[in-house]
Design a protein around this ligand. Structure first.
Ligand code: X8Z
Ligand code: ZN
Length: 602
């Protein structure tokens, strides 16, 4: 499976021939480059069949032995991929055909965390990765006298409206990461050394190179996109802060300044839809339904939620998920063993053994997550006939955007009515509540999606030292999200490490990009089906011709630079947040009216 989707990495063993060296005088030839790429691709595909399976077993059954086995396998893969990445650089100046050129580039960018090219380094790096992930995934802390998991703590954040409980659950979970700091700093040092060996300034620069542009251009690109959406976020922040102040009073949430991070319904305050009840608009008709209550009332369970997502994709013309999806996946948290609960989508064999791994509950949030995860599976299946090195998304943002794009339709009242979940489709007078609910997830996420890797870019380039991890993390949380912790942080805190993608080294800017692409896809799809109403009411359910065109884009995998894929479906070649603005326009105007007279910002 696509290594960039699998959290960490690996290291390995093969002694490699160096085809470039034989022809050292004249420099390597195009034929040698092609032969090298073919061998590298075949070897990496072969080891993938092994590492994907060890990773699956480790993630669904955490015991010392599976950690050991997976670290060994990932170590071998990292070592192999690092050697091939270094060797790919020998062909930088050789005139080769475009396919070989792209594959050489992808070989250099293959690893999320490259290892230094010396004995033992890849093994050490993969052990550190596995250990950090396992610490995060198995941690429990004491809450009201009993040990609880992250899942339990997330339930508290989602449902409790008692600020003391919220603070205790938030602070309790954040005790997971002080113990990770030393290992994390070592992982940064090792992988940076590996990245430098490949010719990148550091790991952050390697990650920013994954977008068919230079690292500096990508940085400018995310800043440009953030500027497009920032005023909207500030409007939402202002409105939500006012409501929290009404609910909890000045002592808990003052009227001005940052928002307390534990009051927003989510452990990382990344999506705020869980506190809809607290921020519900007054003076407009209340919402006539709540997705979570509908799911419960109609007796949905996790399998039925999965079948529902499957049904949505089938309506677009995609084949059903295979039977093994339902027998081999891990859909709910097992009672009797430790697992990685953080949701992910798997392609075990590059053929038809697709799976999801999550700890699903019957919530509106997980209804969204299963559409998200299955979107990954749909993409994996669409590009499975590409050569191994092209089996990936146009860029990381595309992979994360597919299922969310489906979700934009699957969360419309029209669709919920079509599948029998909702009895009556509300009228236009419920547009503001609906859009507010969507914005609490989609818009609230944007600055978080942006800042997680702004933090890591600074860690990798050395500007943020281990001693400053927590200070710098909160400086960015304040700057972009306008948040503060619920109380003073202990001297040993490493709050970034309490986020899965940091502990597991999954790059994060992909999610920021995805929040924009999904609206571009949605706008283009709604145009294709001839939708004339407001974008937020458009559903593409049942639109097979649109589905076919979408599949054609996905089938390209990463064989071409991403603007070509974007153009194939949307006719647009640039990432463009105007689709986000188009979707939320009525809400933005409404929020501006609500915030009149308020001192917005922080
Ligand atoms: O990690 C995920 C997915 C798996 S790729 C569940 N997401 C990000 C997160 O949870 O932080 C989806 C939205 C953002
Ligand atoms: Zn995802």
């Amino acid at each position: 499976m696509n290594l960039k989707l699998l959290a960490a990495c690996a290291a390995g063993a093969l002694a490699l021939a160096a085809p470039g060296l034989a022809a050292a005088h004249a420099g390597p030839t195009a034929a040698e480059a092609k032969a090298f790429v073919e061998k590298a691709e075949a070897d990496l595909a072969a080891i993938d069949g092994y590492t994907t399976r060890t990773a699956w077993v480790r993630a669904t059954y955490i015991i010392p032995e599976t950690l050991w086995l997976d670290a060994k396998a990932q170590g071998e893969q990292t070592e192999l991929a690092t050697k091939y990445a270094m060797e790919a650089a020998h062909y930088d100046g050789v005139a080769v055909d475009p396919v070989t050129r792209r594959k050489l580039m992808l070989l250099k960018q293959f690893l999320t965390l490259p290892a230094p090219d010396r004995p033992g380094a890849a093994a050490e790096l993969s052990e550190l990765s596995g250990k950090l992930n396992a610490t995060y995934s198995t941690y429990k802390f004491d809450f009201k006298g009993k040990p609880i998991t992250l899942n339990d703590a997330e339930d508290v954040l989602r449902t409790s409206r008692d600020p003391a409980d919220l603070k205790a659950a938030w602070e309790g979970w954040h005790t997971v990461s002080p113990q990770m700091r030393g290992d994390y700093a070592r992982l940064v040092a090792l992988s940076n050394e590996g990245a430098k060996g490949l010719g990148y300034a550091d790991v952050g620069a390697l990650w920013r190179s994954n977008y068919d542009m230079s690292p500096a251009e990508f940085e400018a690109e995310v800043d440009r996109l953030w500027k497009q959406v920032e005023p909207f976020y500030k409007n939402l922040h202002c409105y939500v802060r006012g409501k929290l102040n009404e609910k909890y009073g000045d002592a808990v949430q003052p009227k001005t300044g940052p928002i307390r991070a534990d009051l927003l319904g989510n452990m990382w305050a990344q999506e705020w839809g869980n506190i809809y009840d607290v921020v519900e608009p007054t003076g407009v008709k209340p919402r006539s339904y709540d997705l979570q209550q509908l799911l419960v009332a109609k007796g949905y369970d996790p399998i039925r939620m999965t079948r529902t997502a499957d049904g949505f994709y089938q309506s677009l013309g995609f084949a059903p998920m295979p039977d093994t999806y339902y027998t081999q996946s891990m859909i709910t948290r097992p009672r009797d063993r430790e697992v990685v609960c953080h949701a992910s989508a798997w392609d075990i064999d590059g053929k038809d053994d697709l799976r999801v791994k999550m700890c699903m509950k019957v919530t509106a949030e997980d209804f969204q997550v299963i559409h998200h995860e299955m979107g990954h599976n749909i993409y994996q299946r669409a590009y499975k006939d590409q050569p191994y090195l092209f089996r990936g998304s146009a860029n990381g943002g595309f992979h994360e955007a597919i299922g969310d794009f489906a979700g934009l339709s699957a969360e419309t009242p029209t669709y919920l009515n079509q599948i029998g979940l909702l009895d009556k489709v509300p009228g236009e007078d419920e547009d503001i509540p609906f859009l507010l609910d969507m914005a609490l997830d989609k818009i609230a996420f944007l600055p978080f999606g942006l800042m997680v890797d702004k933090f890591r870019w600074d860690v990798f380039n050395g500007q943020t030292t281990p001693e400053a991890y927590n200070k710098d993390w909160w400086a960015l949380r304040l700057k972009y999200q306008g948040l503060m912790p619920p109380g003073p942080r202990p001297a040993d805190a490493f709050d970034a490490g309490a986020k899965y993608h940091v502990a597991a080294s999954v790059s994060y800017e992909r999610y920021f990009m995805a929040r924009i692409y999904q609206f571009q896809f949605h706008r283009a799809a709604c145009r294709q089906i001839g939708w004339k109403g407001p974008l937020h009411r458009c559903s593409v359910y049942g639109q097979k011709a649109m589905g076919e065109k979408f599949n054609a884009m996905m089938a390209m995998g990463q064989s071409r630079p991403w603007p070509e894929a974007l153009e194939a479906f949307t006719g647009e070649r640039r990432t463009d947040a105007s689709a986000v603005a188009d979707y939320f326009r009525p809400l933005d105007a409404w929020l501006t009216r609500q915030n009149k007279g308020q001192q917005c910002g922080w």
